[in-house]
Write a protein that binds this ligand. Structure first.
Ligand SMILES: [Zn+2]
Length: 278
């Protein structure tokens, strides 16, 4: 019975890690016998568990930091900058720890070029990226974003300022990962979120309902910088499509044909930009 429970536990851990990190489950299975071996003489249960956990975490970090990037590169994807790049950084470093920051080199180049142009207009601006793609396999979706499966898609956070002082801020949003950090349609603006809900697409607004209001940080959208960033991406020849909510396209007056509505089957896009390249 205890053995069966152990197998079920391993399957659950494998499943969750695979869902969120693609290769975490595999790394777990790889390290499992070694973890068992190096802790075989530890009698104290708690100490044994914590030693195993520390080993798993260290092993995972080593593998995703040193082994995965060169192998992924052979299969056509590379990680976006984690540290050390002045103009492109993850909004939340957990995106990288979960291997969700891999892209094709053309997307990386597009990001670098736009970030450079953005900095000419607004010096010191950092493009903060959110979920991109996993390191391997075309067609393997980055859950829960089904379209992020080919290395050519990425979500990018809006830019913000301090609502009191107006100070320009970097790498921030109202929420931890940027999702559900919504702008709000004004009464006269086209409220697509309400329309989608009416049509029965309950997931469209779901994240906003789940994320506690009291946990949200006070941030004001930096219109000038966000608008320039959207314009630069929309003008870039490599860009295939940008998704933002239709009311923001009107409000920001960014009437580019590449900026489109993503459909009610998706989620709200007034908390981030979805960029897809050719
Ligand atoms: Zn997206």
């Amino acid at each position: 019975m205890i053995k069966l429970l152990r197998i079920v536990k391993s399957i659950i851990i494998f499943g969750v890690l695979t869902l969120f990190t693609q290769i975490g489950g595999l790394i777990y299975l790889l390290l499992k016998p070694i973890a068992g071996f190096i802790t075989r003489n530890i009698q104290h249960r708690r100490k044994k568990q914590s030693t195993k956990l520390a080993f798993y975490f260290a092993g995972y970090l080593l593998i995703i930091g040193l082994l995965v990037p060169p192998i992924a590169k052979k299969f056509g994807r590379e990680p976006l900058p984690v540290f050390g790049h002045q103009q492109i950084q993850p909004l939340n470093v957990w995106t990288c720890l979960l291997n969700r920051h891999y892209v094709r080199s053309t997307l990386r180049q597009t990001m670098v070029q736009v970030a450079k142009q953005l900095n000419q207009a607004h010096p010191g601006t950092v493009i903060a990226y959110m979920d991109a793609n996993f390191p391997f396999k075309k067609g393997y979706p980055l859950w829960p974003h089904l379209s992020h499966s080919d290395g050519k898609k990425i979500d990018i956070a809006f830019l913000y300022q301090d609502p009191k002082t107006g100070q320009k801020l970097s790498r921030t949003a109202r929420t931890l990962f940027g999702y559900a950090s919504y702008e709000t349609p004004k009464p006269h603006e086209y409220n697509i979120a309400r329309e989608c809900k009416k049509q029965g697409f309950r997931q469209y607004n779901l994240l906003g309902k789940l994320y506690p209001e009291w946990l949200k940080k006070r941030r004001k959208l930096d219109l000038a910088r966000t608008r320039t960033m959207v314009q630069l991406f929309a003008q870039h020849p490599q860009t295939q499509v940008l998704y933002i909510e239709p009311y923001l396209k009107q409000r920001w007056r960014v009437f580019y044909p590449k900026i489109r509505f993503h459909g009610c089957h998706s989620i709200r896009h007034d908390d981030h930009i979805h960029l897809g390249i050719w």
